[in-house]
Design a protein around this ligand. Structure first.
Ligand code: SD4
Length: 364
């Protein structure tokens, strides 16, 4: 579903953002050293001006602090910051930031994301609120414009944590969330056409392991509360019904208000077998800096996994003290960091070289 097609589709009522009180924000300045480095996204190596997180101060930082995956996370971070400035809570900020990505025409997030093997876009999302350790999630949801808002509704309006498939869609419709009609036949035809065009152009087919990205967005509020969210269309060409790590609490996302938060992007099968973000947060609990926690979690997974460090997995993290970081199993991955005085795409440290390898999972 393209942005245009979304625009043409029939829409239902918009989700109303819940209200929250204005929080004071500190505005201390921090210097970041920038340099040129290599970054890897979707299997493509590119150059950009970056600041390596190894150079960011390890002292308690400026808040609010917003950290997210990939360069497209920067706009989401800035939306999240604006939400906080207008009196929203960290949870509101997470939702609004991710909603921006979901409706931006992003090729891997929202209805403009990657279709599955049947040509249908099935979306995964989850959200967590530090206070009360609340969580909500939707898996394999179809035709809902903002899965992150559906996840929030699950969290706030049901006794459950996760809804999937038709049940998730029916719930989202009942909640009045923005939706489109599902015309699987038309979608399938459009997908086939796009696939043939991609093949003719020599680009990767939708079934390629390089065609997937996820927004995971973490917010540390000025009041010290933490929230996080994650949203994706998942791996392109995935089996219908496949659910990745992104909506799984402790895999694609984990928030512990006493410690910090972590989010994941990459091949979900290589995250969800290890409770990846739970592991990152637990390592931060033991005192590791967010960068080191991300890298140590990746090392542990790599020691066990048949793929070794060729996992195609990256983590972002922040802690209660306002420190942040990221790590990747490859050569460095771009992630976005925003505070009231700073908003930039940085490049993480990595375990090593990225190789073109199978996706992994149970049958690597
Ligand atoms: C998934 N983790 O569905 C997601 C996809 C992703 O970068 O993050 N790709 O497996």
């Amino acid at each position: 579903m393209t942005g245009n097609a979304t625009g043409n589709a029939r829409r239902n009522v918009h989700f109303a953002l819940s209200c929250a009180k204005l929080r004071a924000m500190k505005t201390s300045r921090r210097d970041f050293v920038t340099r040129t480095g290599l970054a890897l996204t979707g299997g493509t190596v590119f150059k950009q001006a970056v600041a390596e997180d190894a150079e960011s101060p390890a002292t308690p930082g400026e808040t609010p602090l917003i950290v997210s995956t990939w360069p497209f996370g920067k706009a989401a971070n800035e939306q999240a910051l604006a939400t906080l400035k207008h009196g929203g809570s960290p949870l509101d900020a997470v939702e609004q930031g991710i909603r921006l990505t979901e409706s931006s025409g992003n090729g891997s997030v929202g209805l403009s994301g990657r279709p599955n093997a049947a040509g249908v876009v099935q979306l995964d999302a989850c959200i967590m609120n530090g206070p009360g350790h609340q969580a909500g999630s939707v898996g394999g949801i179809e035709g809902i414009v903002h899965p992150i808002s559906a996840a929030r509704c699950v969290m706030e309006r049901t006794h459950h944590v996760m809804l999937v498939g038709d049940g998730a869609r029916m719930f989202a419709l009942e909640q009045g969330l923005e939706s489109i009609e599902i015309d699987s036949e038309a979608k399938h035809a459009a997908w086939q056409k796009a696939r043939m065009a991609e093949r003719a152009a020599g680009h990767p087919t939708p079934a390629s392991s390089d065609n997937h990205d996820t927004i995971a967005l973490l917010v540390l509020g000025a009041d010290g509360t933490i929230a996080g969210g994650c949203s994706t269309s998942g791996l392109s060409g995935k089996l219908p019904g496949r659910v990745g790590d992104s909506p799984i609490i402790g895999s694609g996302l984990y928030v512990d208000n006493e410690v910090g938060a972590a989010g994941a992007t990459g091949v979900g099968e290589n995250v969800m077998r290890y409770c990846g973000t739970f592991l990152v947060v637990e390592l931060m609990r033991q005192g590791l800096h967010p960068t080191e926690a991300c890298l140590e979690a990746l090392r542990r997974i790599a020691r066990k996994d048949p793929l070794g460090s060729a996992l195609r997995v990256s983590f972002v993290a922040l802690d209660k003290h306002g420190r942040f970081g990221a790590g990747t199993a490859g050569q460095g991955f771009p992630y976005s960091v925003t505070t009231p005085t700073f908003s930039r795409v940085l490049t993480s440290r990595g375990l090593g070289e990225l190789k073109q390898v199978p996706e992994g999972g149970n049958r690597p």
